[in-house]
Design a protein around this ligand. Structure first.
Ligand code: HEC
Ligand code: HEC
Ligand code: HEC
Ligand code: HEC
Ligand code: HEC
Length: 210
């Protein structure tokens, strides 16, 4: 069994190397497709070894696309944003005034959930809303698990992007349709730099690195 797994692993590695080499060779020739831009491949011939999708299998889970940690309460963006039409800023109030978007405090939720205890069509109290009430009574916050993680040496700034008219979906995907939030973009350097280049934003190292 161990050998079998090792075999699969080696096959994966050699496939990756082969594909990356093929891609590296083709680089200067063609323009990147939209899909590749989203994938975060940096295509100017300097920093190519960034993140073809298969690499997501080899990097720590919390930095990979599709990362979707289990949250302490089942909070649905689809319900609150798409159905109830609550604006992103109502909960992520930092987006247009600070580097951090911020995740809402329990107080924001309780503004409604002191009253709303039941889901349409269900009988009795929602067990998920009950968790909110219990935390509130105990004076404890909900410990949401971060989804979009960046390494320590990178600095990001929400305010600057929002003020420049870059929509949340460019980086976070269709959050308003998500039942559970997941990481959609690679958030790799190539992903950031391609868009900066296209939009005339700075690509100085010091802008994104401490
Ligand atoms: C503006 C009002 C409002 C705010 C603010 C709000 N909710 Fe809700 N939420 C609702 C309503 C209304 C429902 C019930 C929808 C329905 O009828 O199905 C609901 C339903 C829920 C449910 C039940 C899901 C289920 O299937 O049992 C959970 C959990 C929940 N909200 C969590 C939260 C959390 C966490 C926050 C804060 C981050 C929050 N809500 C903020 C209005 C709100
Ligand atoms: C009613 C409150 C509420 C609204 C409205 C809301 N969110 Fe959220 N959002 C949350 C909560 C609570 C979390 C943390 C739990 C989770 O990840 O599901 C969160 C998490 C996120 C995350 C992941 C954060 C991380 O850890 O990386 C993103 C991205 C996000 N929201 C984007 C949006 C966008 C875009 C909109 C508007 C389309 C929006 N949210 C509207 C409450 C809200
Ligand atoms: C240009 C890409 C980009 C755009 C546009 C963007 N975000 Fe983010 N977002 C990120 C990155 C990168 C992180 C991780 C930041 C970190 O770890 O410092 C993040 C983190 C978050 C978080 C986690 C909490 C936090 O403050 O770090 C939330 C919530 C969030 N974004 C919501 C939003 C909302 C809502 C919008 C639109 C109003 C938005 N983002 C627009 C890239 C973006
Ligand atoms: C979809 C396009 C897009 C993506 C993706 C993007 N940015 Fe930006 N970014 C911009 C634009 C446009 C500006 C210019 C805003 C301005 O001129 O004020 C900007 C500005 C910035 C600034 C402020 C620059 C300064 O001159 O002070 C930082 C820091 C930054 N981005 C970091 C990042 C990081 C880190 C990522 C990747 C995780 C990223 N950006 C991804 C479009 C993008
Ligand atoms: C627009 C933002 C942005 C700019 C400009 C930028 N970087 Fe980065 N860089 C990132 C992000 C985001 C990461 C983390 C994700 C990753 O590893 O790709 C990163 C990662 C790195 C890493 C670590 C790579 C690894 O594999 O761990 C190095 C080294 C680096 N950058 C060097 C540079 C240098 C040198 C410059 C200037 C030529 C530069 N960066 C400009 C966003 C940027």
């Amino acid at each position: 069994m161990k050998r079998f797994l090792l075999g699969i692993g080696l096959l994966g590695v050699s496939l990756t190397v082969a594909i990356l080499t093929a891609r590296a060779v083709g680089i200067a020739a063609e323009e990147p497709s939209q899909e590749e831009l989203e994938a975060g491949l940096w295509r100017d011939g300097k920093a190519v070894f960034s993140d073809w999708k298969l690499l997501d299998l080899f990097i720590p889970e919390q930095y990979a696309r599709g990362y979707r940690p289990e949250q302490p309460v089942h909070y649905s963006h689809r319900l609150h944003v798409e159905q109830l039409k609550i604006e992103c800023q109502y909960c992520h109030s930092g987006v247009n005034k600070s580097s951090y978007a911020t995740v809402p405090s329990l107080e924001t939720c309780m503004g409604c959930h002191k009253v709303v205890k039941q889901v349409t069509g269900a009988t009795g109290e929602s067990p998920e809303i009950k968790k909110l009430q219990e935390a509130w009574d105990a004076g404890k916050p909900i410990e949401w698990v971060p989804v979009n993680n960046l390494p320590e040496h990178v600095q990001f700034n929400h305010q600057r992007h929002v003020k420049a008219g870059v929509g949340c979906q460019n980086c976070h995907g269709q959050v308003q349709k998500m039942e559970v939030v997941e990481r959609v973009s690679s958030l790799k350097m190539g992903f950031c730099v391609s868009c900066h280049r296209e939009n005339g934003a700075s690509i100085d190292c010091g802008v994104c690195h401490y």
